[in-house]
Design a protein around this ligand. Structure first.
Ligand code: PFF
Ligand code: NA
Length: 437
């Protein structure tokens, strides 16, 4: 496996991982889940979950990838635990499943860039969503988005993913800052910030039991955990990188973009008096709501193009990380060229995505299944493996390149073994309950 690629620079790895983390989860789900779960109280729990559950779990995936320098299935075999390769397999299937409908939403974003430029949704934002989000038009848009994803991954780690994300991630940050500055001038800005940023302790305590599992699930999704992405990306990392520091940068950057997304979206929603409740949720919520906003503010077309442009860049840099998971596995195992593998897997994704593109009811079903069951299950198994099966060996790998972990080492390992496992079990429990009971 000596001709396996690596990131050309450490920053390249960090930006690729940030690109993966920052996605529809931050720009689309996070604001709308925040809205549906009581605003700032949800934000507070989410931040706690990211720090104490997501971050340690991310380091666990890093340890697996860098220790073995191989895809997420064979990583377990390399470590001498062949039976556990099924866990890598679950991760890959989870990723494939999620990407199938993520591409569909990516297609919607393409349509919304066009619709903003032409003003096509200005008269009837709800009707526009209905027209572009399902049926043949959605299938076509899905195919276009997928073609972009396949094109980048076909070029490889250095020339494809690293080059693309090095351009994309700074663009996301700059555009989001510009958008945040603009919406600060809207009449609903103050109310938007208040809704998003001032947690009500009473709400937090009363609803903790129902909010916490959601916040944990969101933390996993947003950090791209449980879908073998971080295992795969870190398999291209060298021994002298400090994984704890890199992981910290990735978590902070991802959180900042999530918060920025809220600072952009809520002022728009409160300016048009959009009622944010659990029942106005659903996959179309953010599209319809923000599009209504752009229809009724000055320079709406320009801001619509900029907003959906950022969403597109963010979705693309996430989708390529997910396609890379399957491509890396196939590339390590079969003597077939990367472009052929990327295209073949792309065709498979297109087919699996057809129901979601045809009718959003299917998209919601795929999403729920992934979010409530696959994702937590896959994350749980990885964490149990790294924490309980690898244990000290994992600590030793994490230490490489840090110059010593100090107190952080044992705290990380025990957090992984107990806190992270408990957090995921809570999410999984809620998931099983909502799906089957
Ligand atoms: N962290 C990503 C996000 O928040 O959108 C999660 C993700 C989803 C990554 C789908 C990749 C992907 F294809
Ligand atoms: Na994210």
């Amino acid at each position: 496996m000596s001709d396996r690629e690596t990131w050309t620079t450490r920053l390249g790895f960090i930006l690729a991982a940030v690109g993966s983390a920052v996605g529809l989860g931050n720009l689309w789900q996070f604001p709308f889940k925040t809205g549906a779960n009581g605003g700032a109280a949800f934000v507070a729990f989410y931040l706690i979950a990211v720090l104490f559950i997501g971050f340690p779990a991310m380091l666990a995936e890093f340890v697996l990838g860098r220790r073995t320098n191989v895809n997420a299935v064979d990583a377990f075999g390399e470590l001498g635990h062949r039976g556990w390769r099924i866990v890598g397999g679950i991760g890959i299937v989870t990723g494939f499943w999620i990407l199938s409908y993520y591409n569909v939403v990516g297609g919607w974003v393409l349509r919304y860039i066009l619709g903003s430029a032409t003003g096509a949704y200005f008269g009837d934002p709800g009707g526009y969503f209905g027209a572009v989000s399902a049926g043949p038009e959605a299938v076509l848009a899905q195919a276009l988005f997928l073609a972009l994803v396949v094109g980048i991954v076909a070029l490889g780690i250095e020339d494809g993913i690293e080059k693309a994300t090095t351009l994309m991630v700074p663009s996301i940050v700059v555009l989001m800052l510009a958008l945040a500055a603009w919406v600060a001038t809207l009449p609903g800005a103050g109310a938007g910030y208040a809704f998003f940023l001032s947690p009500d302790l009473g709400t937090m305590i009363d609803n903790a039991a129902s909010i916490i599992p959601f916040a944990v699930g969101q933390a996993f999704f947003t950090l791209s955990l449980g879908m073998a992405i971080m295992i795969t990306y870190s398999s291209y990392v060298g021994e002298d990188d400090n994984l704890v520091f890199d992981g910290g940068v990735i978590v902070v950057m991802n959180t900042l973009v999530g918060v920025l997304a809220g600072l952009v979206v809520f002022p728009i929603l409160l300016t048009i008096d959009y009622q944010i409740t659990a029942t106005t949720g659903g996959p179309g919520a953010l599209f319809v709501a923000t599009a209504s906003g752009f229809s009724s503010v000055p320079f709406g077309r320009l801001f619509g193009v900029a907003f959906f442009g950022v969403v597109l860049i963010a979705a693309l840099s996430s989708a390529i990380s997910l396609l890379e998971v399957s491509v890396a596995w196939a590339n390590d195992n079969f003597g077939v060229s990367r472009p052929v593998l990327a295209t073949g897997i792309g065709v498979g994704l297109f087919v699996l995505g057809l129901p979601s593109a045809w009718d959003t009811v299917w998209l919601t079903w795929f999403d729920n299944f992934a979010y409530q069951l696959f994702l937590p299950l896959s994350a749980l198994l990885v964490v149990v493996f790294v924490g309980w099966v690898l244990g000290e060996e994992a600590l030793e790998e994490l230490r490489q390149g840090t110059g010593g972990l100090g107190w952080f080492g044992p705290v990380w390992l025990w957090a992984l073994r107990l806190v992270v496992v408990a957090g995921i079990l809570a999410t999984l429990g809620l998931g099983v309950e909502t799906m089957f009971l």
